[in-house]
Design a binder for this molecule. Structure first.
Ligand code: PLP
Length: 416
């Protein structure tokens, strides 16, 4: 029988844990979304979302959908049927965006990449160089492939697009990276950045979030794809005065307001550092502790938001996940598609700290032992503990001699 006492330990890489503050902020009575007060909320979240994408030039959009809706909005608003788009497939999510693009009638040039690697920069550059007529209208890239725990180099992708002198739109899936792994929309000149509410933004699923560059906004004017619910033109017209073209998901917007406050209180850079530090502890548990490999083939691909741990030979990852859930009330991420049964995933993004992750590591270890895996009891926890005790969540700020002097001689209310 499934255990139901105590907390459910939620370690799937989305939906993630919701901070109590966000949960409370969403308990609201319904109100008129056409009131004179409503634009205060909508304009504040739309403009603050831009800071999370690191864009001044772009515009943020919120749809009552999941991330998949924002994928569709990105494609249908900027492309015409038959348009050529370039994409690489290396996990379930990169695959699904390609599948959507094909079903929407675009001509997708696909590179199949081994699962465990990410966007192939050289191949992309070669294909773009071989397209002097600029028939390719967009390059799709999955920044963080949640199925394999692989992060791709979007700055590098921008470099090769520039090197090839190619004007295609750069469309990036940032669903499981936004607000957890550094994402720089303006600096990388990303044209369409897709996200959702239930990962780094620490909300329930229910908002599709999209940031659009001026160049992509220009492309919407000539794009011929059929669209209605996700039409940016309707959204732009309504958002201009702080409203939506249809009923917004009101409690989600209040939750988003609170989540953004929490994000800015911690600081984006501090959040990225914390995610890296927590991820390193999980990786130490998996590799040094249990002696297992990650699905990500090399450290350069390691994701700071999710790790896909390869189970030992002869063990079924699905059994580990099932035992973890039924016996220990721990939700681990399943192996999807090609890696079904071969991995379990530990999501380490959102509102998390070391000891919460210790629960996931200990539980995964117990479940592995229960199904007969030969891992040493306590080895994962010990390796993570060694890493976390020796490192700082946020690298210490370098303080100048002068600052040290003033801190030491401060007459303020500093207590020992
Ligand atoms: C979760 C996720 C999605 C899909 O988002 P939904 O909200 O489930 O529609 C897309 N891409 C990536 C990389 C994801 O992690």
């Amino acid at each position: 029988m499934r255990r139901t006492t105590g907390r459910n330990f939620l370690f799937v890489p989305g939906p993630t844990n919701i901070p109590d503050r966000v949960q409370r902020a969403m308990i609201v009575a319904m109100e008129d979304h056409r009131s004179s007060r409503f634009p205060d909320l909508s304009t504040s979240v739309l403009s603050d979302l831009k800071k999370v994408f690191k864009t001044d030039d772009g515009q943020a959009f919120i749809f009552p959908s999941s991330g998949t809706g924002a994928w569709e909005a990105a494609l249908t608003n900027t492309l015409s049927p038959g348009d050529k788009v370039l994409a690489s497939s290396f996990g379930q999510f990169s695959h699904l965006w390609i599948d959507m693009a094909q079903r929407l009638g675009f001509d997708v040039v696909v590179q199949e990449v081994e699962w465990g690697e990410g966007v192939p920069l050289e191949w992309t550059e070669e294909v773009l160089r071989a397209d002097p007529k600029h028939e390719i209208k967009a390059v799709l890239a999955c920044h963080n492939e949640t199925a394999t725990g692989v992060t791709s180099d979007i700055a590098g992708l921008r470099r090769v697009m520039d090197a090839a002198g190619h004007p295609a739109l750069l469309c990036v899936d940032a669903v499981s990276s936004l607000a957890s792994i550094d994402f720089r929309m303006d600096e990388w000149r990303v044209d369409l950045a897709v996200s959702g509410s239930q990962k780094g933004l620490m909300l329930p699923a229910g908002l599709g979030i999209l940031a659009v560059s001026p160049k992509a906004l220009e492309a919407t004017k000539t794009a011929q794809s059929k669209r209605c619910y996700f039409d940016l033109a309707d959204m732009i017209a309504a958002n201009a005065s702080g409203y939506f073209p249809y009923t917004p998901a009101l409690p989600m917007l209040y939750g988003l307001r609170e989540a953004l406050d929490i994000i800015f209180e911690e600081g984006l850079e501090e959040i990225f550092s914390r995610h890296h530090y927590l991820a390193e502890g999980v990786r130490a548990a998996a590799t040094e502790g249990w002696g297992l490999s990650l699905c990500a083939k090399e450290p350069k691909w390691y994701s700071d938001t999710v790790s896909a741990v390869m189970v030992p030979e002869g063990i079924n990852g699905a059994h580990v996940i099932d035992v973890a859930f039924r016996r220990y009330n721990l939700a681990l991420g399943a192996g999807l598609s090609k890696v079904a049964g071969k991995v379990f995933r530990i999501g380490h993004l959102g509102d998390l700290n070391e000891l919460m992750l210790m629960g996931a590591i200990a539980g995964a270890e117990m479940a592995m032992l229960d199904v007969g895996a030969e891992v040493r009891p306590g080895s994962g926890v010990a390796a993570a503990s060694n890493y976390w005790r020796k490192h700082d969540p946020v690298p210490k700020r370098r303080v100048s001699k002068e600052e040290q002097f003033y801190e030491a001689h401060s007459t303020g209310s500093v207590q020992g």
